[in-house]
Write a protein that binds this ligand. Structure first.
Ligand code: SAM
Length: 356
């Protein structure tokens, strides 16, 4: 006979109290998407107080909707409210996080990525039953643009200033002029940043997703780096054009079905004395050590995006976004690389220097 577990009323109450906060955070997601899309945050970026009428006029929107949105944002502590004159204000810190696309603190991209996870939930629920994969390319467009906008602030802050100098002997060679490949490059944010910083080197970005490569090409045109950057549609086991002196894979190895096969191919395309830069989501080696705020976000992304992506491809190793350095090292060793060193890290990124 099944035993009914005893309910601790105090623990239940505490969990329900926490739930109000959880629900409020989730309900704020569409508010951020609206604020971002309609330019509401940007229209308040000067941190001056506004009435709902003024903000509606400034953004060509409807006052009644804006008033309700502003009240929700004030309840969320995203904007402040002055009850005396009925004005709302976006504080400078929130303005940096919500209105300034190039700031290292910019967060609306994360919400855009999240919206793709919610839109594609029915397909992933079905995959839980069937065990089939769901390719990166099958997701809503918000995933591709959201990933670009979510990752860019971190790359802006760390790639050129910290990660490249942390690789032994690489920065000098990039300044002199070498050949670089960026595999699984998505919209090419990392490729373009590298090309801007090291104009004497040449860069080939590749990704199996055609739509992402088209977006990357347009971005390279806008950034005026098309003279030294090309983008090609190619899988990680097919990209050509080597030998490359530096090969990079940013947050894509664990999304691949066959990361060992990809590593073997990287080995065949790497020049003698070359370096492979592998950036993966920050993770510890054991589940219990990943049960924290960052792990909570990454395990969700892994369930909805990374694991189904890998399962959709050949081999379907499904490393997951929280594999950790030890498991990644095994994969890299199996692919023919014996040198794996943690060169740098951030709360979100694990940066590995990899050599044969
Ligand atoms: C999380 S996104 C990262 C994109 C980009 N590197 C960045 O940091 O912005 C993962 C990328 O890996 C690509 N990808 C997945 N499997 C691949 C494969 N087998 N070969 C090449 N690219 C692949 C996806 O299309 C997607 O663009």
């Amino acid at each position: 006979m099944a035993v009914t577990p005893t309910i601790d009323e105090a623990k239940l109450e505490a969990f329900m109290e926490r739930f109000v906060g959880e629900l409020g955070a989730c309900a704020t997601a569409p508010m951020v998407l609206i604020g971002d899309k309609l330019g509401l945050y940007r229209a308040m970026a000067d941190s001056e107080p506004v009435t709902p009428t003024q903000l509606a006029e400034r953004t060509g929107t409807n006052e009644r909707y804006i008033r309700e949105w502003l009240c929700q944002q004030a309840a969320s502590d995203y904007v402040s409210y002055d009850a005396v004159d009925g004005t709302f204000r976006l504080p400078p810190e929130q303005a940096l996080a919500l209105a300034v696309e190039e700031s290292p603190a910019f967060i609306p991209g994360a919400f855009q990525l999240l919206s793709a996870m919610i839109k594609d939930e029915p397909a992933i629920t079905e995959r839980f039953r069937s065990g089939d994969g769901f390719g990166w390319h099958e997701h809503h467009h918000d995933l591709f643009e959201g990933t670009e906008r979510f990752f860019r602030p971190g790359y802006n802050a760390h790639l050129i200033a910290e990660w490249i100098p942390a690789l032994e002997g690489v920065e000098e060679r990039l300044h002199e002029g070498i050949r670089v490949a960026d595999i699984g490059c998505g919209h090419g944010v990392s490729t373009i940043l590298l090309a801007q910083a090291f104009p004497n080197s040449t860069f080939v970005g590749s990704d199996y997703h055609e739509g992402s490569i088209e977006a990357a090409r347009r971005a390279a045109e806008r950034a005026h780096v098309s003279d030294r950057v090309t983008f090609e549609v190619a899988g990680a086991k097919e990209f050509a054009g080597g030998p490359f002196d530096l090969i990079c894979v940013f947050d894509a190895l664990h999304d691949m079905g066959d990361p060992v096969g990809a590593a073997q191919h990287v080995r065949s395309q790497l020049a003698d004395g070359g370096t492979w830069l592998v950036v993966e989501p920050m993770a510890a080696d054991s589940v219990e050590d990943n049960l924290n705020a960052v792990g909570r976000v990454f395990y969700a992304g892994s369930t909805m995006l990374c694991t189904p992506a890998s399962l959709s491809q050949e081999v379907g190793l499904a490393l997951g976004a929280q594999a950790g350095q030890q498991r990644l090292t095994e994969v890299l060793n199996d692919g023919g690389f014996s040198h794996v060193r943690r060169a740098a890290e951030t709360p979100f990124n694990l940066v590995l220097e990899v050599r044969p």
